[in-house]
Write a protein that binds this ligand. Structure first.
Ligand code: ADP
Length: 836
C-alpha cells in the first residue's frame, strides 16, 4: 500500500518533478552528515562556504548541506560531493572575530543535487527534495522495528552515558518512524560517516530502520566488549596501581628521610645473620615472618623498633651452640680440690651427683641446691662445677624477684617488653648447656603479679623445660641441657614444691682455722694477683689474717675477709706505684704483719672476745642461728619496782614472749631455792631486752632469758665467758634446739670458753669440727638448775642447787659421762623440785 509522495527507489526522478528548478547555495560538509530535524552548530571558515551562507541569508535562508566524499578536500568538485544531502534552514549566524562564521542550522528534508549552477564566488546547486517511502502505522514489521530500535537505543544509552536523558525519553515516545531513525542516528556517535551517508540516502523507512538496528546492535556489542575489557583492565590496574603507588610513596618518604639505604642494609644484615644461624624450625619460621613484616614498615616507626629488637633477640640466643661436656669424674675431683679448701663432705656429694649425670649422660632428676650462710663458697663451688664439667657459667640472682614476668618475660605488646631473666642470661652466656646458678632462691617472693616460683618450677622440671615458653619470644626454648644449680641461705624460704625437686647440700660456716687456711691458700694469692701485684712482692702473714678475722670481720663465711684482704692489696698496689717512681730499680717486698693491719684497714671494727669483758648482772650470752650463720645473741634483764609486768623488747620474733613467760614461771617455782625475795613478781616489773637485732631465730632463747632474769633478781653476775642455747619448759627442763653447728661456730668465733647446750642435742655433736670441740668446754644440760650453776658467778653453787649429778661434758674434744647413775639421780631430783 504505497501512499503519498510515493517515490520508487528505482525511479526517484518521478517524485522530484514538482521541485524542479529549485536553486540553493551549497555548504559542503566535512566529517559530519546532517539529518533532517537535527539542529547543528557549524563552524564555517572556507571563503566559498561563508559566501554560501551569506547568499542563503540574503534569500530564504535555505541552504543545501551535503557531505564531501573526502573530508580533507578544500576545494571539492561536484564529483567529490555526495549528491544526496539535506536541505537546511539557517537559524542564526554569528560572525566571529577571526573571520569565520558560526551558523546554527536546522536540517529540514533530504534532497538531491541535480546539477551545479556555475558561479564565481560560491557553490550554487539545483536540487530536488526527496520524500520518504513510508508505511502505515499498522504495519507490524514497522512496529516491531520501531520497538526494537527503541529498546536497543535504551540499552545503548545505558552503556554510553553521553546520551542526554531527555533524548532517551523523546525516542521512547516517538511515533514517526522516519524521524525516529534520524534522531537515533544522530546520537550513535561512533557510526562511521559512510554508514551515516548510506542511512541518509535510504528513503525507504523500513530499510533505514533495519540498517539502523544492525548498526545499533553492533554498537552495543562493541560497547559491551569494551566495558568488559575496561572492567578487567580496571581491576588489574587498580591492584597493581595501588601497590605501585603505595610503594612509590613509601620510598619517597624514606628517601626524604634519607635512611632507606641504611634500612635496607640492616635488613640484609639480619638476613645474613639468619642464614648463618642455626635455630629451631619454629624460630626460623618466625624470624623469617618478622623480617618480612619489618620490610613493610617505616624504619623509624616504633613498631619497626619492636620487630627489630625481637629479631635481634631470637638471633642472638644460643639455640644449638654448646660447649663440649666433660664427664671425667677424676678430673672433676681434681678441679674441685684445686678451687676449694675443706668442704670434704660437700665435695663428695657434688661428685656423687656428677657421677650419676655422667652415667646417664643426661640431666635428669633433682637439681642441686647449695644451702648455707653467705660467703661459704656456694657460688664459687658452682663455678668449679662448671669448670669441671666443661660448661660455661652464668649466675642469676633471684633475690627480690616477685614478678613472674621477671622469670618468663613480658608479652611483646607491652611497651619496652623484654624476655625474662632466664632467656637474658642464656643470651649472655652464649651456650645452651651452661651451669646456670639460680642464686638466693629463698629470697623470692610472690605477689599479685604472679608467682615466680611457679614459673621457676617449670624451668627446673626436666619434663617441662624441653619447651620453655618465654612470653616475649613466644617460641619454645629447650632448657634440658642446662645444668641448674640453686643456692639459698636457709631452707625455710624455699617454696615447698621447689624444695621437693632439689637435692639439698648444706654448707656451714667456717671455723677460724678454716678461714685462716682459706685465706692463706686462696684469698690472699687471688687478691694479690687481682691487684696486679706478684706474689713475690707481697707477703701477708698468718697473724695479720688472724687479726683481720677477729677485729675486722664478724661472719660465718669469708666474704668480708676476702674484701678486707682485697682492700689491703689495692692499697699496697698504690704504694708500689708511688715507690717505683721514687726508686725505679729497687725491688721492695711488702710484708704485712698483724701490727700493720690498722694502717691499711683503720681502727678495728670489732672488739676483743667476750671473755675479756666484765661479768655483769643480768647480761647473758645466748646463741642464735640466722640465715647469715650463727651469732652471739646478748640478752639483758633489769628489775625495777612495779606491778609484776614482763616486757620483752628488741626482738620481733614471736616465740620470745612465750619463752620469757616460761622462764619467769620456772624462776617463780624456784624462788625459795634461788633465795629471791618473796612475791617479787608482784612488786617488780621485769624488762628483758635484746640489744642487737637478730632477724629470725627459733624459740631457743629460753635458757638465756631465764639466766638473765635470775641474775637480775639474785643480783649475781653472769659469766661473760659462757654462752648458751636451749628452750625451757615451765618446770625448767631444757629442750633441744636447731642449728647447733652454726651456733657453736659462732661461740668459737667469739672466743667463748664454755657453751651450754641441751643434752638432747648430743647427737649433733658429731657434725662439729674437731678444732671447735677442742677449743672449748661444752656442757650438755638437762635442767635449768644446771645452767644457772654453770653460768652464774656463785662462790658455791652446790649450796644452792644441792648435790646434783654433774652434767655430761665435752672437754678437750672428749665426751665425758659422769657415771651411769647420773641420770636416775637427776630424774629423782627433778621430781622433787616439781613437788616443791
Ligand atoms: P657464697 O656464694 O656462699 O655467698 P662465695 O662463693 O661468693 O660464697 O664465696 C666468697 C669467696 O670465698 C669466694 O671468693 C670464694 O672463692 C671464697 N671461698 C669460699 N669458700 C672457700 C673454700 N672452701 N675454699 C676456697 N675459697 C673459698
Amino acid at each position: 500500500m504505497f501512499l503519498i509522495n510515493r517515490s520508487g527507489e528505482g525511479n526517484p526522478s518521478a517524485t522530484a518533478h514538482a521541485n524542479k528548478g529549485r536553486i540553493a547555495p551549497l555548504l559542503p560538509l566535512r566529517d559530519i552528515i546532517v539529518f533532517p530535524h537535527m539542529v547543528v552548530p557549524l563552524f564555517v571558515g572556507r571563503e566559498k562556504s561563508v559566501r554560501a551562507l551569506e547568499e542563503a541569508m540574503s534569500g530564504d535562508n535555505e541552504i543545501l548541506l551535503a557531505a564531501q566524499k573526502i573530508g580533507k578536500q578544500n576545494e571539492p568538485t561536484l564529483e567529490e560531493i555526495h549528491s544526496i544531502g539535506t536541505i537546511g534552514e539557517i537559524v542564526r549566524l554569528l560572525r566571529l572575530p577571526d573571520g569565520t562564521v558560526k551558523a546554527l542550522i536546522e536540517g529540514k528534508q533530504r534532497a538531491r543535487i541535480i546539477r551545479f549552477v556555475p558561479s564565481e564566488s560560491t557553490f550554487l546547486v539545483e536540487y530536488e527534495l526527496l520524500h520518504d517511502i513510508v508505511y502505515p502505522l499498522t504495519d507490524a514489521e514497522l512496529e516491531a522495528l520501531v520497538r526494537s530500535i527503541q529498546s536497543a537505543f535504551d540499552a545503548y544509552a545505558r552503556l554510553n552515558r553521553r546520551v542526554p536523558p531527555e533524548v532517551l525519553v523523546q525516542v521512547q515516545s516517538m511515533e514517526d518512524a522516519s524521524r525516529l531513525a534520524d534522531t537515533v542516528i544522530v546520537h550513535l556517535t561512533a557510526i562511521k560517516l559512510n554508514d551515516r551517508q548510506a542511512l541518509l540516502e535510504t528513503v525507504d523507512v523500513k530499510k533505514r530502520l533495519e540498517r539502523l538496528l544492525e548498526l545499533i546492535n553492533a554498537e552495543i556489542e562493541i560497547l559491551n566488549v569494551e566495558k568488559r575489557i575496561r572492567n578487567r583492565v580496571k581491576k588489574q590496574m587498580e591492584k597493581t596501581q595501588k601497590e605501585y603507588y603505595l610503594s612509590e610513596q613509601m620510598s619517597a618518604i624514606q628517601k626524604e628521610l634519607g635512611e632507606r639505604d641504611e634500612f635496607r642494609n640492616e635488613i640484609q644484615d639480619l638476613e645474613e645473620r639468619l642464614a648463618k644461624k642455626s635455630l629451631s624450625a619454629e624460630a626460623l619460621d618466625k624470624v623469617r615472618k618478622e623480617i618480612r613484616k619489618l620490610r613493610m614498615m617505616h624504619p623509624m616507626s616504633a613498631e619497626a623498633t619492636v620487630v627489630r629488637n625481637y629479631i635481634d633477640w631470637v638471633l642472638s640466643l644460643p639455640w644449638n651452640e654448646k660447649t663440649e661436656e666433660n664427664y671425667d669424674i677424676e678430673q672433676a675431683e681434681r678441679i674441685l680440690e684445686e678451687d676449694h679448701y675443706g668442704l670434704k663432705k660437700v665435695k663428695e656429694r657434688v661428685l656423687e651427683y656428677l657421677a650419676v649425670q655422667a652415667l646417664v649422660r643426661k640431666l635428669k632428676g633433682p637439681v642441686l641446691c647449695l644451702v648455707g650462710p653467705p660467703g661459704v663458697g656456694k657460688t664459687s663451688l658452682a663455678r668449679s662445677i662448671a669448670r669441671a664439667t666443661g660448661r660455661r657459667f652464668v649466675r642469676l640472682s633471684l633475690g627480690g624477684v616477685r614478678d613472674e614476668a621477671e622469670i618468663r618475660g613480658h608479652r611483646r605488646t607491652y611497651i619496652g617488653a623484654l624476655p625474662g631473666r632466664i632467656i637474658q642470661s642464656l643470651r649472655k652466656v652464649g651456650t645452651n648447656n651452661p651451669v646456670f646458678l639460680l642464686d638466693e632462691i629463698d629470697k623470692m617472693s610472690s605477689d599479685f603479679r604472679g608467682d615466680p616460683a611457679a614459673a621457676l618450677l617449670e624451668v627446673l622440671d626436666p619434663e617441662q623445660n624441653k619447651a620453655f615458653n618465654d612470653h616475649y619470644l613466644e617460641l619454645d626454648y629447650d632448657l634440658s641441657d642446662v645444668m641448674f644449680i640453686t643456692t639459698a641461705n636457709s631452707l625455710e624460704g624455699i617454696p615447698a614444691p621447689l624444695r621437693d625437686r632439689m637435692e639439698i647440700i648444706e654448707l656451714s660456716g667456717y671455723t677460724e682455722f678454716e678461714k685462716l687456711n682459706i685465706a692463706m691458700r686462696y684469698l690472699v694469692p687471688k687478691q694479690i694477683e687481682e691487684a696486679g701485684l706478684s706474689r713475690s712482692q707481697v707477703e701477708i702473714t698468718e697473724n695479720a689474717v688472724r687479726t683481720i678475722i677477729h677485729h675486722y670481720t664478724k661472719e660465718s663465711g669469708v666474704r668480708n675477709l676476702e674484701r678486707e684482704i682485697a682492700s689491703i692489696c689495692r692499697k699496697i698496689a698504690r704504694q708500689v706505684l708511688v715507690d717505683s717512681k721514687q726508686d725505679p730499680v729497687g725491688a721492695r717486698v711488702y710484708r704485712i704483719a698483724a701490727k700493720h693491719v690498722p694502717q691499711y684497714l683503720g681502727v678495728p671494727k670489732y672488739h676483743s672476745t667476750k671473755t675479756s669483758e666484765q661479768d655483769e648482772i643480768g647480761l647473758t650470752n645466748g646463741l642464735a642461728y640466722t640465715q647469715y650463720g650463727g651469732t652471739i645473741l646478748e640478752c639483758e634483764a633489769v628489775v625495777v619496782p612495779g606491778k609484776g609486768e614482763l616486757v620483752v623488747t628488741g626482738l620481733i620474733e614471736k616465740g620470745m614472749q612465750e619463752s620469757a613467760q616460761a622462764a619467769l614461771s620456772y624462776i617463780r617455782s624456784r624462788q625459795q631455792v634461788l633465795g629471791i625475795e618473796e612475791n617479787f613478781y608482784s612488786k617488780y616489773d621485769i624488762h628483758v631486752h635484746f640489744p642487737e637485732f637478730v632477724p629470725k631465730d627459733g624459740p631457743s632463747a629460753g635458757v638465756t632469758i631465764a639466766t638473765s632474769i635470775a641474775s637480775a633478781l639474785m643480783k649475781v653476775p653472769v659469766r661473760r665467758s659462757v654462752a648458751m642455747t636451749g628452750e625451757i619448759t615451765l618446770r625448767g627442763r631444757v629442750l633441744a634446739i636447731g642449728g647447733l653447728k652454726e651456733k657453736l661456730l659462732a661461740a668459737h668465733r667469739a672466743g667463748i670458753k664454755t657453751v651450754l647446750i641441751p643434752r638432747e642435742n648430743r647427737n649433733d655433736l658429731r657434725e662439729i669440727p674437731r678444732r671447735v670441740l677442742q677449743s672449748m668446754r661444752i656442757v650438755l644440760v638437762e635442767h635449768m638448775d644446771e645452767v644457772l650453776a654453770e653460768s652464774l658467778v656463785l662462790p658455791n653453787p652446790a649450796s644452792i642447787f644441792g648435790n646434783r649429778p654433774r652434767p655430761m661434758e665435752v672437754v678437750a674434744g672428749k665426751l665425758i659421762e659422769f657415771g651411769s647413775t647420773a641420770r636416775e639421780a637427776l630424774q629423782e631430783d627433778h621430781n622433787k623440785s616439781a613437788l616443791a
